[in-house]
Write a protein that binds this ligand. Structure first.
Ligand code: ZN
Length: 320
C-alpha cells in the first residue's frame, strides 16, 4: 500500500445530522477489520448526540478501505460457504423479506447497496416484485447481474437518477452507516419513494449490549468505513429530517454474525495464538453453539439491546 498523504486523503466534517462543530472524543480508532493504515476518531455531537467519524477518509480516498477481500462481499456469496453457514444466511434473507411481503403483495422494489443481489433475488421469488439495485462495488454488481439477472445500477443512489415517487419499497441493509452524507441520501430515498411506500433498513446501534461489552472492538464501529454510528435515539431525528417517520424499530436479524465479528476483532488483539483463535471462532459458528447462544440473543432483542436495529419507516405526509 502506498504511504498516506494525510492532506488529500482525510477530511474533517461538521455533525452529519445538525451541522454543529462542537463534539467530544468517544474513541480514537483504526482499521481493525482489514488492518489498513490511518488513525481516526469517533466523536459525539454536543448538540444532537450523533456519533460520527471525524477526521475521516474523503469520498475520493475511501475506496482504498474496501479491498477485494472486504468481508461483507465475500460472505455474501452463498456458494462459497459451507452448509452450516449457508442455512442461517438463507434464513436471514427470508426474515428480511417478511416485513415487506406481509404488507405488500408486490410492486417496484429498490435495494440500495444490494451487494451480490441475494436479498433482491429472494424478494422477487416471494411476490409480484419488479426489483432493482444500486451498488458501488463493480464486482458485486456484476455478480448480481450475471447470477440473478438483476438490474443493478453501479454507483451511488443519486447517480441512478430514478424518477420521483417511483418505488413501493426501498431497502438499505447495513448501508446507511457507510455514507459520507447519510441525510442527503435519505432525502433522495424520500424523493424516489411513493407517498404510501415502505422504507426498511438495518444499522448497527450504539445503545446495545454488544457495543458496551466490546467497546472499541465492537464490529459496529468498523472504522474508517462507518461514517456514522447511530443509536435508537438518533435514528428518529435523522429520519424526521429526511421526511420519514418510523413505524417499527426492532432487532430482526444479524445478531449472531455481528457478535462473532466483534469477538474475532477482540481475540485478534487479546489472544496471540492464531490456531486457538481460529478454533474458538470456528466453534462459535458451530450449529450447537448457535443453539446455546440463541437465548442470549433472544433476551437482548426483547430488552431492546440488540446491536443490529431494523427500522421500518413511512414517508411523512402520507395521504390515505
Ligand atoms: Zn449534531
Amino acid at each position: 500500500m502506498t504511504p498516506i498523504n494525510s492532506s488529500t486523503l482525510f477530511e474533517t466534517t461538521a455533525c452529519l445530522l445538525c451541522g454543529s462543530q462542537a463534539a467530544d472524543l468517544v474513541y480514537e480508532t483504526r482499521d481493525r477489520l482489514m488492518g489498513l493504515d490511518g488513525e481516526f476518531a469517533l466523536v459525539k455531537c454536543r448538540n444532537c448526540g450523533l456519533i460520527y467519524l471525524n477526521p475521516r477518509p474523503t469520498r475520493a480516498s475511501i475506496g482504498r478501505y474496501y479491498p477485494p477481500g472486504y468481508e461483507p462481499f465475500v460472505e455474501a456469496v452463498p456458494d462459497r460457504l459451507p452448509w452450516w453457514q449457508r442455512w442461517p444466511l438463507q434464513y436471514g434473507l427470508q426474515k428480511r423479506c417478511q416485513p415487506i411481503v406481509t404488507r405488500k403483495p408486490g410492486g417496484r422494489a429498490l435495494d440500495v447497496g444490494c451487494a451480490t443481489g441475494l436479498f433482491l433475488a429472494e424478494l422477487r421469488r416471494r411476490g409480484e416484485w419488479e426489483v432493482a439495485g444500486v451498488e458501488p462495488s463493480p464486482e458485486a454488481a456484476d455478480y448480481a447481474r450475471k447470477t440473478f439477472g438483476l438490474a443493478v445500477h453501479e454507483g451511488d443512489l443519486a447517480s441512478a437518477r430514478f424518477p420521483a415517487a417511483h418505488f413501493d419499497v426501498i431497502t438499505m441493509w447495513d448501508v446507511l452507516e457507510h455514507l459520507h452524507d447519510p441525510l442527503a441520501d435519505l432525502r433522495e430515498v424520500r424523493r424516489v419513494i411513493k407517498p404510501d411506500g415502505l422504507f426498511l433498513f438495518r444499522v448497527p446501534v450504539w445503545d446495545s449490549l454488544d457495543a458496551r461489552g466490546f467497546g472499541p472492538y465492537w464490529a459496529g464501529l468498523d472504522s474508517p468505513r462507518h461514517m456514522v454510528v447511530l443509536a435508537r435515539r438518533t435514528v428518529r431525528p435523522l429520519l424526521a429530517a429526511a421526511g420519514f417517520r418510523p413505524l417499527r424499530m426492532w432487532t430482526l436479524s444479524g445478531s449472531h454474525a455481528s457478535f462473532a465479528l466483534s469477538l474475532r476483532l477482540w481475540l485478534e488483539e487479546r489472544l496471540p495464538q492464531r490456531r486457538l483463535r481460529a478454533a474458538i471462532l470456528s466453534g462459535f459458528y458451530h450449529p450447537l453453539t448457535r443453539l446455546l447462544a440463541a437465548p442470549y440473543f433472544w433476551i437482548t432483542d426483547r430488552l431492546g439491546l440488540g446491536s443490529q436495529l431494523t427500522v421500518l419507516a413511512e414517508p411523512l405526509g402520507v395521504e390515505l
